[in-house]
Design a protein around this ligand. Structure first.
Ligand code: SF4
Length: 328
């Protein structure tokens, strides 16, 4: 019977239909000793739909710390004493220079990320619009932003300046969300995704795993992202930050991380699945297997508050796997 789910996963993955929630849960319930069977399925599905090219993305933390929200995994909340660097919006030139650097490292997409639940000041929107326009002329990368619960008017303004993608994570399932954030509602986040979709932006929305959520929570998030028809799904793994409520939390194994990637690939077989924060500390020596588990994208360079891998090492890993960065 357990071999049955592997065959179903292969068929529904290759056809693009994707697994149902229950089927995905049956797949991820296979014992860790079957991980190579699982990866043989997801590896075929991802190569069939995404070929041998990998989307690389990079970010700049354009405004750090000082966030009034209380996301329990995040070092940037004012509620926790984490020692994270705090600074208001960077100057546009610094943002554009970071985008150029990312382009040189073969990032296809570059995201301007700002802490906080929303961008309120007109002056901040102006900095962003100008930076996006300069990126368009000078940086040679796709232009993305992650600015929290932005309203439709401001987002449209940024789109008119040349913004192509908007990133906004739902983080986890609706049922588990109150365990990790009490300062805003899940629907506030869902509405941001809907607004970005309605404006015709490429929408990147996923979550962070290893917060204590169950496999049911992970599958529920995947189902909702499928219903919202997001274009790409970033997957982050908790890298516990000192000073946060989850500072001592550690419940992911490298194989669990691979199974999480597999679940998203099999429930959203045609979408981009991008592995982001927490890759090195959680996957350790199994990092290269993310591309067999179903990822077709990876964040390079530094994360928001933690250092990433050397871009040269990541490029070498791709070359060793016979994969290449996707161009513009
Ligand atoms: S995840 Fe975003 S909204 Fe939540 S505390 Fe961190 S910066 Fe604020």
């Amino acid at each position: 019977m357990k071999n049955g789910i592997l065959a179903i996963a292969l068929e529904k993955g290759l056809s693009g239909e994707g697994l149902s929630r229950d089927e995905a849960l049956e797949f991820t319930a296979l014992p860790d000793s079957r991980v190579y069977d699982m990866l043989s399925v997801t590896g075929r599905v991802v190569r069939t739909h995404k070929g041998m090219e990998v989307n690389l993305c990079a970010i700049v933390n354009a405004k750090s710390g000082l966030c009034k929200e209380d996301c329990s995994f995040c070092a940037q909340s004012v509620k926790y004493s984490t020692g994270v660097k705090e600074y208001p919006f960077l100057q546009g030139e610094a943002i554009v220079n970071a985008a150029k650097e990312a382009g040189k490292n073969h990032a296809r997409e570059f995201s301007i990320v700002a802490s906080g639940s929303r961008i309120e000041k007109e002056s901040d929107i102006k900095i962003l619009s100008d930076a996006i326009e300069s990126m368009k002329e000078e940086a040679g990368v796709e232009r993305c932003a992650s600015l929290g619960m932005i309203g439709a008017t401001a987002l449209k303004k940024l789109k008119d300046s040349g913004l192509q993608s908007y990133h906004h994570n739902l983080e986890t399932s609706r049922a588990f969300f109150p365990n990790i954030c009490t300062t805003h509602n899940y629907d506030d986040d869902v509405n941001v995704v809907k607004t970005a979709k309605s404006l015709g932006l490429h929408v990147c929305s996923g979550g962070i795993f290893g917060l204590g959520e169950t496999w049911q929570d992970r599958a529920s998030l995947a189902m909702l992202l499928r219903e919202l028809d997001v274009d790409s799904v970033p997957i982050n793994f908790l890298n516990p930050r000192p000073g946060t409520p989850l500072a001592d939390f550690k419940n992911l194994t490298p194989v669990t991380c691979l199974k999480i990637i597999a679940l998203f690939r099999l429930m959203l077989p045609l979408k981009d699945i991008v592995v982001c924060g927490g890759r090195q500390v959680n996957l350790r020596g199994l990092q290269a297997l993310i591309f067999a588990a179903g990822a077709n994208g990876m964040m390079i360079g530094n994360y928001l508050t933690t250092p990433g891998a050397n871009p040269e090492d990541d490029r070498q890993m791709l070359a060793d796997l016979g994969l290449s960065p996707k161009g513009l």
